[in-house]
Design a protein around this ligand. Sequence first.
Ligand code: GDP
Ligand code: IMO
Ligand code: MG
Length: 457
Amino acid sequence: MTSKGVIAVTSVINEGIPAPTVVTLQNLVVIGLQWGDEGKGKLVDVLSGSFDIVTRFQGGSNAGHTVKVGDDIYKFRIIPTGAVRGKKAVIGNGVVLDPNVLLEEIKKLESAGVNVDLLISDRAHIITLYHIEIDGLQELSKGERKVGTTKRGIGPTYSDKISRSGVRICDLLETSDANQWSLAKESLIKRIESLHDSTPQSDPEETVSAIRKLIASPNCRIGDSGEFLDAEIEKGKRVIFEGAQGALLDIDHGTYPFVTSSNCVSAAAATGTGVSPFKIGNALGICKAYMTRVGAGPFPTELDDIIGERIRELGKEFGTVTGRPRRCGWLDLVALRYAVRINGVQHLAITKLDVLNGINPLKFCVAYIQDGVETTSLPANAETYSRVEPVYREVSGWDEIPTGQSIDYANLPQSLQEYLSIIEAFSKAKVAILSIGPDRVDTIMVPGTPFEEFKDA
Ligand code: GDP
Ligand code: IMO
Ligand code: MG
């Protein structure tokens, strides 16, 4: 590290954490602060015991959220994870919905004894089989420059939404004029033909019949998510807004073009449900104790060595949706500080701390060297970002973290507490929750934070 680097880093620490202004947690946005898979599903499950309603607001079946309760493991794609606890679940207008995946998910949950009670926004855009085909063809045509998407039709569906040629749930209700669907179909066929020089392989009417099944399902009601949620919040009901993906995959603020096609920062909770941002109030940022990424794109702290391999194996870092091995690396505090700022996060949940057991020393990135100059800003351009060199610092690791029902913050290893203090100092947010295993019970609420109220949720 350069002597200039030391000064910059010290000044970052000395700035301290701003005093949190959170007073109540009636509503909460739970958001990923990295490249997805931070453990949002687990945290929403833990917290939703104290909430009434859980809603998704962006993304679609590119998400894979895992909940573990004892021996039972639930994997969610579209349904908010609070459904495990029988909570009212809402799919907001900002979600892109694959009806076949949703029907399958409802079936699986019901057969596991979970009663699904779902409100789906009539304004949500539909992923058709054509969109999925186009996703695959676009990736193919990009060759070396491919994004490494989940091939679930996410990008093409959001493209149609923005270009005003998409098809929404409300367009397929019995009472609707079928014109929007016919126009959308025509334009999709043309796109497939231009990409592949052949006709589409799939039958679009399959999507329509899946939507009809959903509409007729006793588990689902179609309506205005904003009107419903707003009325419930006014009655004093508590709502969790469950983010998908993460800040570094955000279409505006992520590592473009290696991103997803939606805004996945906290602001999207408002636009993606139709609830005013001023009524939502608070966001909890979820951050792994290290970094992972699936798919292509810059990753300054990526580890191509035995430590990266160890993290992948112990952390079971393989994609929930695609099964692809996740790329693993040291914690990047420059990126975390950026994600905290753009999300307005005051509190953090640090997950997968147990995966770092026995790694000594632990490194973390505190600055980048970009073209010979040290910076704590994220370059906008992906090619520039892929060339930055991380500036590392290190701390001693810990051997083991005590687990079980009676985990006490004060009994945690000293070196772990030091690692958390460093995270706070750089990110400018307070660590409020620690996750030390995949199960609901492997969670510690940090004393003195507003999240202590969820200790016995
Ligand atoms: P999400 O997309 O953010 O909901 O995260 P995923 O469910 O895709 O990936 C997180 C994975 O880590 C899941 O398999 C979780 O069961 C698991 N997990 C969550 N928290 C912890 C933790 O603290 N320790 C360990 N070992 N696993 C965890
Ligand atoms: P959760 O909610 C991790 C990544 C893909 C690819 C890029 C674009 O489980 O955290 P897309 O199919 O969205 O067009 O792919 O984004 N990606 C995710 N990575 N977790 C996710 O969701 C992701 N959703 C998309 O791997 O790099
Ligand atoms: Mg995931």
